[in-house]
Design a protein around this ligand. Structure first.
Ligand SMILES: [Zn+2]
Length: 392
């Protein structure tokens, strides 16, 4: 009895409260949003916003483009959810909520804000958040971060355009030319081309069997450049990458990460919730494969942001894990205590709870396949364990 009381005090001392919330930082007036991530991946969404505050006049300087990249914020959020589902970690995400007639973060400050101080502040916050995200991810992952600037294009050919800062006609140059220092120095994957685990050439990284565009194509989303579409042609209005890609990838020596501008076609990618989910799934598969092949990273083992240091956890286990849907999950816990369990989905919603039976088992019958967070407590306020469980 004395021993049990002592361990209970120890448990209380080491309890860390559970939270499934992702840290989100808003810039001034909520014009720009930074969802802080835990993966070595930064995604920016500059043209999906819809806010049109009257305090910022419409941009009229230097032939502004007003076209909104429809549903790119929704698509990016779907990508985040799929990545979290699979890896237990979030990408860093920077979103402009201002409509493009008010702010264009993919232009330089002069053209993007057209001299309006409120827009200029949002422009600076957008770019500062990307730099913060890059620095955080690089610190946590030894400078092995990948960057995607996410857009939507209105070109007639329904395929994804990947912009590595190489123009359409440059992508038609010979592999030997693309592999010269001159062209590698133009590239948003310059650092990867100069050094990668498989010694793939720049041309191979752009359009070989292990190019990002090839992985997307293999997941049913045709992309250019890729193995099957190595260059876009010079009359397709192909987007090679803009201000954001040029300033936040290693093309800029002070931004030591590789990346790409990704222009999504509309039909079958952005147009419906179901298609956005399907695309987010394909993006996740392609990106995980890409990071695995070229950066030797295994995102499937990425630890969730929720780590806990309870004494009990060191002796806790759930088995089998993953568990096949319908089967029992067994919890290895000390005897003689009444435990409560709670199971949350990846969105932090409580999907199952109750008092553990004496056999310390819970059925997975009512849970869909996916990742969950299991919480065990020994009264309604004291949380002892957070554990990732997978239902297959
Ligand atoms: Zn755009």
């Amino acid at each position: 009895m004395i021993k049990r009381n002592r361990s209970f005090i120890l448990l209380l001392t080491f309890v860390v409260s559970y939270t499934n919330a992702q840290e989100v930082i808003f810039g001034t007036n909520n014009y720009v949003e930074y969802q802080v991530g835990t993966l070595p991946m930064v995604i920016s969404v500059p043209h999906g916003g819809s806010a049109e505050p009257s305090s910022i006049p419409d941009r009229t300087c230097n032939n502004p483009v007003y076209a909104v990249d429809a549903f790119t914020i929704e698509t990016a959020l779907e990508i985040k959810e799929r990545l979290y589902n699979v890896t237990g970690c979030y990408p860093h995400m920077i979103i402009s909520h201002l409509k493009r007639n008010k702010l264009d973060p993919n232009r330089n400050l002069t053209d993007g804000a057209c001299g309006n101080p409120e827009a200029a502040l949002a422009w600076n916050e957008f770019h500062d958040f990307i730099a913060d995200a890059r620095n955080t991810a690089n610190q946590n992952y030894s400078n092995q971060t990948f960057f995607v600037d996410l857009h939507g294009h209105g070109n007639s050919i329904q395929r994804i355009e990947l912009g590595y800062l190489l123009y359409d006609y440059e992508l038609e140059l010979s592999d030997n030319t693309l592999n010269t220092t001159e062209y590698i120095n133009y590239s948003s994957i310059k650092n990867l081309a100069l050094s990668n685990v498989n010694n793939y050439t720049h041309a191979q990284l752009l359009k070989g069997p292990h190019a990002f565009g090839t992985f997307l194509t293999n997941n049913n989303f045709p992309s250019v450049p890729s193995e099957s579409i190595p260059f876009p042609g010079t009359s397709s209005n192909y987007f090679s990458g803009g201000y954001i890609t040029a300033n936040h990838t290693c093309y800029n020596p002070s931004a030591p990460i590789n990346g790409v501008q990704m222009e999504l076609n509309f039909s079958n990618v952005r147009d419906t919730p179901a298609n956005r989910t399907a695309f987010a799934n394909a993006f996740t598969q392609a990106m995980i494969e890409y990071m695995n092949v070229h950066f030797n990273q295994n995102w499937n083992t990425c630890n969730p942001i929720l780590t806990i240091n309870s004494v009990l956890e060191t002796n806790f286990s759930v088995y089998p894990n993953p568990v096949t849907k319908g089967h029992l999950m067994h919890f290895n816990l000390p005897e003689n205590t009444i435990y409560e369990y709670q199971i949350f989905n990846v969105f932090g919603q409580l999907v199952a709870h109750g008092e553990l039976n004496s056999a310390k088992t819970v059925s997975s019958e009512k849970l869909n396949s996916g990742m969950y967070i299991l919480k065990i407590s020994n009264n309604s306020t004291v949380e002892l364990i957070n554990e990732k469980i997978i239902i297959e």
